[in-house]
Design a protein around this ligand. Structure first.
Ligand code: MG
Length: 384
């Protein structure tokens, strides 16, 4: 069997570390050619020593200098900045790019990787939220299938496999409801970053965990699903499923529903994306149905967590509006994590940017990047 040669973008974050764990277990099947990370040079150095890639990128220039010094006696090249990210994303010896970057910074490298003919395993949902149309068009032109890593989309992708996509009635994305599923609205003003970072079921990076607490994560996933599965927003629904056992469902025209179940463990969808169309044995955590006992479902509290509604609105409006929403959210979440704004301020900043920034229909990549910059600037001005 030919080995998969992988580029991993975002190797020091939560998805990146889980991806390397999957690769470690299947080192007979996968080899790491390049790694890219934002600024954690010590972690990246450890990864270089273990996985021995040909090239690594550290986005932050100053940190990259530290890494260059640390690796000067090895054969691994070190690049940095946006150009470095492009170099790793398009590295000639890689056939597969896993994007575990967080935020819209992942958009350009993924388009470059698609243009270079790489297979794509995508965990970076913001890429499709901002540039879904461009990304899917590029992939179609190149004949590349984008394999989702996000657990909900992996579930839907698995349920759709043997089925004609024209026979899909609706997609049902499950949501855990986050840490504040039962918190009364009048207590939202007291929420601290530490409270919001306590996710009941999943271990994720800071940004995604805050997005889960505001339900923006599910909103971003609705837009991600729209592009990945080419389906209208009217046929994408969200139900809260607090046990996080069913990772999402597909209903077909005859009323049959297919669901994918499993432990809340990101290594499962990551491994599936890397093994697809095959399945590899794994020894991870398994679910015990008798211990779980019951699976329950409830409606999301959309009025108390308006980010989900904003995502449907932005997705339906299309053009640059999802880009604006996403950029404002990235800025607001970072400010919340630094305790500069309250939890309730996050949706307010997003709403404000969506109302003020004019929408461009069918934007080019350059227009999306300009809009992203504009929305970030406006959001930053709204933060004290
Ligand atoms: Mg998800």
């Amino acid at each position: 069997m030919d080995k998969k040669n992988v580029t991993l973008l975002g190797s020091t974050g939560s998805i990146g570390l889980n991806t390397l764990e999957v690769i470690r277990r299947h080192s007979d099947r996968i080899s790491v050619k390049t790694l890219a990370a934002r600024k954690n040079w010590k972690k990246l150095e450890e990864q270089v020593r273990e996985f021995n890639p040909k090239l690594v990128c550290l986005y932050d220039e100053a940190e990259a200098d530290c890494l260059r010094k640390a690796l000067k006696n090895t054969s691994t090249g070190v690049v940095s900045g946006k150009n470095g990210l492009f170099e790793t994303a398009t590295f000639s010896e890689s056939d597969t790019v896993v994007s575990a970057l967080v935020g819209s910074v992942g958009l350009e490298p993924i388009i470059a990787a698609i243009d270079a003919g790489k297979n794509i395993c995508l965990a970076n949902k913001e890429t499709l939220v901002v540039g879904g149309k461009l990304v899917m068009e590029s992939a179609r032109k190149k004949g590349i299938e984008i394999i989702p890593i996000d657990s909900e989309h992996s579930a839907i992708f698995q349920c759709l496999r043997e089925n004609d996509r024209r026979l899909v009635k609706r997609l049902i994305l499950t949501a855990s409801g986050g840490p504040f599923r039962k918190l009364p609205l009048n207590e939202f003003s007291n929420i601290t970053p530490a409270d919001a970072l306590k996710h009941p079921n999943w271990e994720m990076g800071g940004k995604t965990t805050i997005d889960s607490a505001t339900l923006m994560n599910k909103g971003l996933e609705v837009i991600e699903a729209r592009w990945l599965f080419n389906i209208n927003f009217e046929r994408i629904e969200v139900v809260v499923h607090p046990q996080s056992i069913i990772h999402s469902m597909v209903e077909f025209v005859d009323g049959s529903m297919l669901a994918q179940l499993g432990a809340a463990d990101m290594r499962v969808p990551i491994q599936y994306a890397l093994s697809y169309p095959d399945r590899w044995a794994a020894t991870g955590h398994r679910i015990d149905l008798l211990t779980i006992g019951a699976l329950t479902f409830e409606e999301p509290r959309q009025n108390d967590f308006p980010c989900l509604l904003y995502a449907y609105e932005a997705g339906n409006r299309g053009g640059t509006m999802p880009c604006t929403m996403n950029a404002a959210n990235e800025v607001a979440v970072e400010a919340f994590l630094k305790e500069k704004i309250t939890f309730l301020e996050i949706p307010r900043i997003i709403r404000n940017c969506m109302d003020k920034i004019p929408v461009i229909d069918d934007p080019t990549l350059a227009q999306l990047l300009e809009n992203d910059f504009q929305a970030r600037s406006l959001a930053a001005k709204l933060i004290p």
